[in-house]
Design a protein around this ligand. Structure first.
Ligand SMILES: NC(=O)c1ccc[n+]([C@@H]2O[C@H](COP(=O)([O-])OP(=O)(O)OC[C@H]3O[C@@H](n4cnc5c(N)ncnc54)[C@H](OP(=O)(O)O)[C@@H]3O)[C@@H](O)[C@H]2O)c1
Length: 334
């Protein structure tokens, strides 16, 4: 709730979890749970009363100062969320904010930003976004489940259904088992009729992948029984060479992240000799978000939430993600 500040300006403030300043070496030292000014919605924007928002690795990058200019701090964190409009409409946020003049596909708009890169994020009482960046929340998804849709699940949906070109019956390998994008890929791939293989770093994480529908699970870097049609990469350097070796001739890697760092040695000889494709993918469009939620309802799947915490306890969620202790999405509620 906004309330008058004791200062002369009668500033209205709200609860917010934000990055005070970038800290590349100790990102959690920059994490602040406190108050920020109430947002003001420009013409054509709406104010969303946030009910739930999910944690993404992107929030840790922001704390480190990766992908955001120094002058944009302090920045409220949170790239996705679900909540209510002033009239009570329940909505899911699409967090790719484009240039109003852009007419093409919004993820290709050179001026587009993700919430928290330019505009304040969702780990707060309220967030303002352009009116076109809210979609009706499906009744069968809770606010916490709906909050997982806008970043991790949307990214996974686009990687699999828009970018990979894989068909039902083919074999996909997901690098990483327990993360937000990984768990989404496992559930989406299984529901779509692909054969889903997953690598995970621990027995517990591999068991989670099996529970979510993986047909086979492997230790990170393990030799696979046969080559796969497509690999889904968010890990980067730690798994890249394994991903390249895992592919059949003509196979495809779709990559949307490099958590363990970028890999400068991209195995170019294998790339051209086996005519492999490496396809980059980032977020997804508003229409893809609508289709994702429709697919979840039709297929009867919903995001796996590993932990749900009050937003005031956000630090514990950040610590878990930084330590690699994920078991699906980490969600903050109000
Ligand atoms: N381009 C985009 O639009 C977009 C959107 C969303 C995310 N991303 C990127 O995708 C990445 C994942 O994001 P997230 O939110 O899903 O993070 P997350 O929930 O923390 O998941 C991290 C995943 O990475 C795996 N992993 C991390 N380090 C590893 C290592 N050294 N070896 C093997 N596996 C490792 C983990 O595997 P285990 O389960 O085995 O621990 C886990 O599945 C991030 O880099 C993020 O920036 C990009």
């Amino acid at each position: 709730m906004g309330r008058p500040d004791s200062g002369l300006a009668m500033l209205l403030v709200m609860f917010a979890v934000y990055a005070a300043e970038p800290n590349p070496d100790d990102p959690l030292a920059a994490l602040t749970v406190g108050e920020r000014p109430d947002p003001v919605a420009p013409d054509g924007w709406v104010e969303v009363d946030v009910r739930a928002a999910s944690l993404n690795m992107h929030d840790l990058w922001t704390l480190k100062g990766v992908g955001i200019k120094a002058e944009r701090f302090p920045m409220i964190l949170g790239c996705d969320g679900a909540g209510t409009l002033a009239d009570g409409t329940e909505v899911v946020i699409h967090s790719v904010i484009g240039d109003p003049a852009w007419t093409g596909e919004e993820t290709l708009d050179p001026k587009r930003t993700l919430l928290t890169e330019l505009h304040q994020g969702t780990f707060a009482d309220k967030v303002v976004v352009p009116a076109r960046n809210v979609l009706p929340k499906p009744a069968d998804l809770s606010f916490s489940e709906a909050a997982c849709m806008g970043t991790a699940w949307l990214t996974a949906y686009r990687m699999l259904f828009v970018k990979s070109g894989l068909r039902p019956g083919q074999t996909m390998l997901v690098q990483g088992a327990s993360g937000g994008v990984s768990t989404a890929l496992i559930e989406l791939g299984r529901a779509a009729g692909l054969r889903v293989w997953v690598t995970g770093r621990t027995e517990e994480k591999r068991a989670l992948a099996t529970e979510l529908g993986a047909h086979a699970v492997f230790e990170s870097g393990a030799r696979l029984p046969e080559k796969v049609d497509g690999v889904f990469e968010t890990v980067g350097k730690a798994t890249w060479s394994h991903s390249m070796r895992a592919l059949r001739p003509g196979g495809v890697i779709v990559v949307s992240g490099s958590t363990s760092g970028p890999d400068p040695s991209a195995d170019l000889q294998r790339l051209f000799f086996l005519q492999l494709s490496v396809i980059g993918s980032t977020m997804g469009t508003r229409d893809e978000l609508a289709d994702l939620m429709s697919f979840c309802a039709t297929a009867g799947i919903r995001p796996r939430i590993g932990s749900e915490l009050p937003m005031a306890d956000a630090r514990a969620g950040f610590e878990a993600m930084q330590a690699g202790e994920t078991a699906g999405k980490i969600v903050f509620t109000r």
